[in-house]
Design a binder for this molecule. Structure first.
Ligand code: FAD
Length: 494
């Protein structure tokens, strides 16, 4: 007999709810525990998983395999081309190993919930069991309700309820620790699994040698790296997070999103460490930077709660149905200018180039480019949402979809539609010296002073043009009017 833990985007040994429970089950039954990870190229395609994200997961699996082995737990990694064949293959593997219990952490997207429901049935028919646990949020979805018993659709009151709930339920920030050491028979019985190797990226997510090197340097993988980053951030930067978090030229944010998205770090561990640094020892009050950071991590929970309650957002529909009739543009020339960082708006171009180079973009810039795509270019926000997923190392459906919904005003608790970012003012406010722009748009290195924000409009056109930097592809004021009219028409006809 054996117990299996199925890893998905929970690639860590520490404080992993289902893994820990699986190890307890195995220990009680005096049988070995086996870790399992399935690579499905078709699944990556269906989720638009960025190659940089796949690369991060595979590098992390190599770290995870070693960490598990230190506890005598083997990890089996296998490629299953078609996603619909995954449940059947998991069952087959379990039968081959003589395992009767499967553990996994829950993923809340519609396809994943359906898959898990199917697996629970399949296993039950064969006399086996599957346990799926809440793990990725600090507060499991479904726990928080408004006074009238509804799901919150506005962040601020939801956050107050979240804080209250965590204070009242101390167990939510108790950490599971490492899984128990495996049964001594595991080494001999499953020698083949210990020997299996983590494969290279599948054909559809291959990257060049240059990208491999770049991503490895930018995104060191695995949970130890995550802990190191978290401690360093809490030691050195969290106190000033409130002041620095909106300045893209400053590394004032934690840079932990890749770890939350891959599950190399649990949000419990992060929130707990931040809370413990606060002199109030609470999630609220005390140090402002700590409070603000915890409230940002909570946004991730909020969006997952929204996804669970309104799963139709997984189906390409806007959260706000009354915004379904806006006539979007599908102008590919403009879209390509946006993706390539050649819109002629320096802050937008810097941000898109950062994304293309790193697989990551600063939050302020995500809002600026998302607003620019939907409200200056009036392009369908879903084109931007898709492009982000295809390129982000931290691509997470709920955060990305809701982030786009916020910026395009079609999502949950959004920016009102008539509030349209002026890219020039955003640039002046959040990159006052133009440091961020100069870093990512080398054509503008020679432009000094305020002209950096708008070279053609502020007397640096000759330098920009000589360096091959494009002129603005739209005029903001006119675009704004067109957009306001289009949103209004869309809403009125809805
Ligand atoms: P920090 O500022 O240090 O914040 C700590 C953590 O809190 C983050 O790692 C993240 O997990 C969470 N967080 C912070 N802000 C948000 C937010 N607005 N929404 C949800 N969670 C948040 N985040 C993703 O993890 N994946 C995405 O695919 C994603 N897509 C986005 C798309 C758009 C259009 C926008 C506006 C935002 C998106 N975000 C996404 C949220 C946010 O931009 C990133 O989480 C953040 O930039 C990551 O950097 P950090 O780890 O240094 O964040």
């Amino acid at each position: 007999d054996a117990v299996v833990h199925w890893f998905k985007w929970d690639l860590r040994t520490q404080d992993n709810s289902a893994l820990y429970l699986a190890s307890q089950k195995a220990s009680e039954a005096k049988v070995p525990l086996i870790g399992l990870y399935i690579i499905s190229p078709e699944d990556f395609e269906a989720h638009l998983t960025a190659p940089v994200r796949v690369d991060f997961a595979l590098r992390t699996l190599r770290v995870l395999k070693k960490d598990l082995e230190a506890l005598d737990i083997p990890l089996w990694v296998e490629t299953v081309e078609k996603r619909k064949e995954i449940p059947g293959r998991v069952v087959e593997l379990m039968e081959g190993w003589g395992a009767s219990h499967l553990y996994a952490n829950m993923e809340y997207e519609v396809d994943e919930l359906r898959r898990e429901a199917r697996m629970v049935r399949m296993l039950a028919e064969r006399g086996m069991s599957m346990e799926v646990l809440h793990d990725t949020c600090v507060v499991p979805p479904g726990r928080l309700q408004t006074g009238t018993g509804k799901q919150y659709s506005v962040y601020t009151p939801w956050f107050r309820a979240w804080v209250r709930h965590v204070h009242e339920h101390k167990e939510l920030l108790e950490l599971a620790g490492l899984p128990l050491r495996n049964h001594p028979s595991a080494r001999e019985k499953f020698a083949e699994i210990f020997e299996c190797e983590v494969p290279e990226a599948p054909e559809n997510k291959k990257i060049s040698e240059e990208e491999k090197k770049r991503f490895k340097a930018l995104w060191p993988a695995g949970e130890h790296e995550a802990m190191k980053r978290l401690s360093k951030f809490c030691d050195e930067a969290i106190g000033k997070y409130g002041q620095n978090r909106n300045i893209p030229a400053n590394p004032g944010t934690s840079n932990l999103s890749v770890h939350f998205a891959s599950g190399t770090l649990s949000t419990r561990t992060a929130v707990r460490m931040a809370r413990d640094r606060n002199n109030t020892k609470k999630l609220d009050g005390g140090n402002e930077g700590i409070q603000v950071w915890i409230s940002e991590v909570a946004w991730r929970d909020f969006y997952k709660h929204v996804l669970v309650h309104w799963p139709y957002i997984c189906m390409n529909k806007p959260f706000k149905p009354e915004y379904s009739n806006i006539e979007w543009s599908y102008d590919l020339k403009q879209f390509n200018a946006w993706t390539n960082g050649r819109t002629g708006f320096p802050i937008v171009d810097a941000a898109m180039r950062q994304l293309n180079h790193m697989g990551w973009m600063h939050n302020r810039c995500r809002m600026i480019v998302a607003s620019f795509l939907s409200k200056d270019l009036l392009l369908d926000w879903r084109m931007g949402e898709k492009y982000f997923m295809e390129h982000l190392v931290d691509g997470d459906f709920a955060s990305n979809n809701c982030g786009w919904g916020f910026a395009a005003s079609v999502g949950v608790d959004p920016q009102p539609y008539f509030r349209i970012f002026n890219p020039l003012l955003q640039s002046e406010k959040f990159d006052p010296e133009g440091e961020y722009i100069r870093k990512w748009v080398p054509e503008l290195k020679g432009v000094s002073g305020k002209a950096i924000h708008d070279p053609y409009g502020r007397g640096a056109g000759a330098i920009a043009s000589k360096a091959g930097y494009p002129k603005p592809i739209v005029e903001h004021k006119a675009a704004r009017e067109t957009t306001l009219a289009a949103y209004k028409r869309g809403i009125d006809s809805g």
